[in-house]
Design a binder for this molecule. Structure first.
Ligand SMILES: Nc1ncnc2c1ncn2[C@@H]1O[C@H](COP(=O)(O)OP(=O)(O)OP(=O)(O)O)[C@@H](O)[C@H]1O
Length: 685
């Protein structure tokens, strides 16, 4: 939020900064005059870049620069906006960009790309991501500001504005450290800077003498402040994370690791890495609908210039668009589908052997969804023989036969109604894709939260990416699977042998929160695409930060709800911004409705997670555990939490359901960074 007072102060600081740069630009021009071999325009570029050194930037130039035979050697500029590999072009003909190509500069671009890579290599050792390295081509004597793939093309008079407006990635000590590290790595360059300003060297230079327009620079400074600083992880990663993001994989690969270990972060950096090395489109796909918006927004902040190279989408969203584009009709009708299943249950399920195991239809509906259709089984023989990974309730042949009859009855009714379920969408898309592949093909398909996909979903994405090097990347954690059923990658025809990476440092949760969450699932084995685990114990390191778990026990629902409202109101009164980093997560949609009403009545601003896109909003977020996948919040409230410990030896389908509920609850708990509030209702207390 921008209030009047601080906006005024920010405006004054921006003006002072712009004026100071203008003053120092005169000094820089004086200094550049000594470079007698350089042309007038080259001297002006040199002076412009030198000016920035007065504001903490570091300019690394070829030792012979400028005005020598190697005068056009690229330079490196390091400042709060990151690292810029700079090339200066001094030609009378204005630059012309047509169809994404800059005519007549192939050599310059190739030279810059080579230096940018060398700089990336060098800074990777500091844990710096390539997103913070940007090639910049400065055109002396012309005005422009354009992005051409990774390279920003700017006129000499536009450079200062562009650099001052960039979101802030590095603080002053980081600028120094990165510049020193580069100077050491490139012995041919040296640091070139204006002398430190003497305290008595005051005003004197008018705006007219400046190398740039002071008002434009002032606006640029303000713009960079309003962007807010770029989150640290967008610039610096753990060296292991950088190595994984940049790794060369000869075929499909996999990244796994417990909750909060930076899997998505690495996936996003991987997308950048591939976008800068290929020309084809890149897909970043996940199962949940709301997550692509949030991830797309993060990516935009991280590497906005590559945003049009990466398509953030949900799997079903993509499949539906694909089918529509191909003229294939899809009739997704949830109500009709549910009705078809209910009737099938009444006809052949309710009186069958299935009721010996579970008398309610839900378990069997999931069996059809996740085991039969989700794995693309088409014959009873296949189903009789299939290993039902992830489903703990054993089924005899008679039960499987009964399930198959239920499936056939459901399919018949569904077809008669001419409607599709979600599995049909993927099955149709896979069939179409195999007959007519997409063109141009995807350079890479990065799948986040892969544990939630069905086998057919993975086959579909594999069909899109193929086995090409660096093509398919599967990111996920079986412990966070929120849907029943499972499969082995080999069944999807995806081989990842020797191409796996595991992340182990949790950067998100305060240690007490992670401990509490892991305790809930520690006895539950889970299925992890390439095999089961014996239990839920994980090796995770936490990064130190303060945080706590708050248990709020109540005797009645009314008491519990009052506790919740009080706790949230107190948080809002404590800190006006606190609500924007707070989420209330609920087990069911009914609970979401209930708590949404309760909190709105209490006067608290509430935003549904369904509509959330990661943008800061002065409202607390509310949604189901499932909707919270992949997200995180400073404070998380789980009303009516009442998680139960594992009770072995009970009813098998009830045990299976309880384990699934614990995994869903685990996901919700691990969304909390600093505070996890667990509300329980216990009438016997
Ligand atoms: N190197 C790092 N330095 C600082 N913070 C980091 C780093 N890597 C990741 N993080 C932060 O850790 C948090 C978790 O990252 P991320 O969401 O990528 O984890 P994840 O493994 O995908 O989580 P989950 O599986 O629980 O959804 C984020 O806040 C992210 O910004």
């Amino acid at each position: 939020m921008v209030d009047g007072g601080s906006a005024g102060a920010r405006g004054r600081r921006a003006r002072e900064e712009a004026l100071e740069l203008a003053r120092r630009s005169r000094e820089a021009s004086e200094r550049a005059r000594r470079w007698t071999d350089a042309s007038e325009e080259e001297r002006r570029v040199a002076a412009t870049l030198l000016t920035l050194t007065a504001d903490g930037w570091r300019l690394l130039v070829d030792r012979t620069w400028p005005g020598t035979p190697s005068a056009d050697a690229p330079m490196i500029l390091v400042g709060r906006g990151g690292v810029f590999v700079v090339d200066v072009v001094n030609r009378p003909v204005p630059p012309s960009v047509e169809n994404g190509r800059l005519t007549g500069h192939d050599d310059d671009l190739a030279r810059m790309a080579a230096l940018a890579r060398a700089v990336e290599e060098r800074t990777a050792a500091l844990g710096m991501s390539p997103v913070a390295v940007q090639p910049l081509m400065i055109f002396a004597g012309h005005r422009l500001d354009e992005q051409l793939a990774r390279v920003r093309l700017v006129g000499r008079e536009d450079v200062v504005n562009v650099l001052m407006a960039a979101p802030r990635r590095l603080n002053a000590p980081m600028v120094k450290a990165v510049a020193a590290h580069l100077e050491e790595g490139f012995p041919g360059v040296e640091s070139c800077a204006l002398p430190e300003r003497r305290p008595d060297a005051g005003a004197g230079a008018g705006e007219a003498e400046s190398l740039f327009d002071v008002e434009e620079v002032e606006k640029a400074v303000l713009e960079s402040v309003l962007h807010g600083p770029i989150e640290q992880w967008m610039t610096f990663l753990h060296p292991d994370q950088v190595a994984i993001a940049r790794r060369d994989w000869s075929g499909p690969a996999r990244i796994s690791g417990p909750a909060g270990t930076g899997k998505t972060v690495v996936g996003l950096h991987r997308a950048v890495h591939i976008a800068t090395r290929t020309t084809g489109p890149i897909m970043y796909v996940t199962f949940v609908n709301n997550l692509p918006r949030v991830q797309g927004r993060l990516f935009q902040r991280m590497a906005g210039h590559l945003a049009d190279r990466v398509e953030f989408t949900s799997l079903h969203g993509w499949a539906q668009r694909f089918l529509t584009d191909r003229g294939i009709r899809v009739n997704l009708d949830r109500r009709q589908v549910e009705d078809a299943f209910s009737r099938a249950w009444l006809q052949v399920g309710r009186g069958s052997a299935l009721t010996e195991i579970d008398p309610l239809p839900h378990y069997w509906e999931q069996e059809i969804d996740h085991v039969i259709k989700g794995r693309g089984l088409t014959t009873a023989e296949e189903y009789l023989a299939v290993s039902r990974y992830g489903r703990r309730t054993p089924l005899q042949a008679a039960h499987r036969e009964a399930v198959w009859r239920l499936y056939e009855a459901y399919e018949l009714l569904r077809r008669r109604r001419d409607v599709h379920d979600f599995n049909d969408v993927l099955l149709l898309a896979l069939r179409e894709l195999r007959e007519r592949p997409v063109s141009p093909s995807y350079a890479a398909v990065i799948v986040d939260e892969v544990q939630d996909l069905t086998l057919i979903g993975v086959r579909l994405l594999h069909a899109l990416a193929g086995d090409r090097p660096n093509g398919l990347l599967l990111i996920g954690d079986g412990q966070q699977a929120v849907y029943p059923g499972g499969f082995r990658l080999a069944e999807a025809g995806v081989g990842i042998k020797g191409r796996g990476a595991v992340l182990r440092i949790n950067y998100r949760n305060a240690a007490p929160i992670l401990d509490e969450a892991l305790r809930l699932v520690s006895e539950d084995p889970f299925d992890d695409l390439d095999g089961p685990t014996p239990n839920g114990h994980r090796t995770v390191e936490t990064t130190y930060h303060e945080g706590r778990v708050v248990h709020a026990a109540a005797r009645s629902e009314a008491d519990h709800d009052e506790h919740l409202v009080k706790a949230l109101t107190a948080r809002a009164e404590d800190d006006a911004d606190a609500l924007s980093g707070t989420a209330v997560l609920c087990r069911s949609r009914n609970d979401v409705e209930h708590y949404h009403r309760l909190l709105t009545r209490a006067g608290l601003p509430v935003l549904r997670l369904d509509g959330y896109d990661g943008r800061p909003a002065d409202a607390l977020k509310i949604g189901t555990y499932l909707r919270s996948k992949g997200l995180e919040f400073k404070n998380v409230y789980l009303p009516a939490f009442n998680a139960r410990p594992v009770v072995p030896g009970g009813d098998p389908t009830a045990d299976e359901r309880a384990a699934l509920t614990r995994r869903q609850t685990f996901v919700a708990m691990t969304r909390a960074r600093d505070v996890l509030w667990l509300g329980t209702i216990n009438p016997e207390r």
